[in-house]
Design a protein around this ligand. Structure first.
Ligand SMILES: [Zn+2]
Length: 115
């Protein structure tokens, strides 16, 4: 069983495939956020008004003891439809999404805002 998979149940199949693929390699991934209702998204400080989480196209996850930059690179290589990558070095998680927009990556600052 993938811990936390129930939290992304309404998500796009691509997200589920990605999480399953990562779990096979990392075993200890922890999903910190998956699908969000608009109300749940608004309750999160500094969240995007057009969050890919609300579309079921995004997942935030941690992998304790692993380098998240390496994890994100592997994910992008194997899932080229990933078009959004956000790194949070403070909270130690990575955001991966399957947006239809062109590829974009960013880093979150200490305040949780993109920088
Ligand atoms: Zn996210």
């Amino acid at each position: 069983m993938i811990i936390g998979i129930e939290k992304i149940a309404p998500c796009d199949m691509q997200v589920k495939d990605l999480v399953g693929w990562l779990y096979e390699r990392y075993h200890n991934i922890v999903i910190t956020s998956g699908f969000r209702t608009p109300a749940a998204n608004e309750a999160i400080k500094n969240s995007s008004k057009v969050s890919q989480h609300c579309l079921g196209l995004a997942v935030d996850l941690a992998a304790p003891g692993h380098n998240l930059i390496v994890l994100a690179g592997l994910a992008i290589t194997n899932f080229p439809a990933i078009h959004g990558v956000g790194q949070d070095v403070y909270k130690k998680y990575v955001h991966l999404d399957f947006r239809v927009d062109p590829y974009r990556e960013w880093v979150y600052g200490k305040d949780g805002k993109e920088c």
